[in-house]
Design a protein around this ligand. Structure first.
Ligand code: NI
Length: 204
């Protein structure tokens, strides 16, 4: 009887594990679809925006078109994800060598309250002069966040300060400003560089 009871427990655990796997798979597919493409396969990521570069000049989505570009969102007060992403992106640019000139790279602030053009220029410039720093008014930044379906949320900290919770995809857009693919946070460097080479058409 005791063996039968144990068997029943094992079967129940197997059913529970299966439910978790199915739920995770369905959830992931749903997430992937809603963040990158609509049901007919056309991409939803990307669209019009007007932002301000590190010198205070207006930059629109039209200015970025003509060459493929990589864009990701973050903020200069970010404790780890953004500095890591910027560091990795700088390394990918190095790895591309002269081919990096075939595309553009942009870092868009999700924290316009604190990220002034001057601050963005200093911060992003400390990683690479090939990455275009972009910020703007709260309304301008919100337009870019909405266009790229970026998740960004203010999280209050003790003492009245705040941090930003945000998604960490690097979106790879084609020369027409249409979604091509993306690089996830922590992706292996050779895979990431391979995706960039594929984007600019220099993959071997
Ligand atoms: Ni960050």
């Amino acid at each position: 009887m005791q063996a039968l009871g144990r068997l029943r427990l094992v079967l129940w655990l197997a059913v529970a594990a299966l439910v978790v796997v199915v739920a995770a798979t369905v959830g992931y597919r749903q997430f992937d679809r809603t963040t990158t493409a609509s049901a007919d396969g056309s991409a939803l990521v990307g669209g019009p925006f007007t932002l301000i570069d590190g010198d205070g000049n207006e930059v629109t989505d039209a200015d970025l078109r003509g060459e493929p570009f990589a864009v990701f969102f973050g903020f200069t007060h970010c404790p780890d994800v953004c500095p890591t992403s910027l560091f990795e992106l700088s390394a990918w640019i190095e790895a591309l060598g002269a081919d990096a000139e075939r595309m553009r790279f942009a870092f868009v602030s999700v924290d316009p309250e604190r990220d002034t053009p001057e601050r963005m220029k200093l911060y992003v410039g400390s990683f690479s002069d090939r990455i275009l720093p972009l910020t703007g008014s709260p309304e301008q930044v919100q337009q870019a966040i909405d266009a790229y379906r970026v998740y960004a949320r203010k999280v209050p900290l003790e003492g009245g300060d705040y941090t930003m919770d945000h998604s960490a995809f690097v979106y790879l857009m084609d020369a027409n400003g249409a979604y091509h693919s993306h690089i996830t946070y922590g992706e292996a460097p050779d895979l990431a560089v391979g995706k960039l080479q594929e984007l600019i058409g220099t993959a071997s």
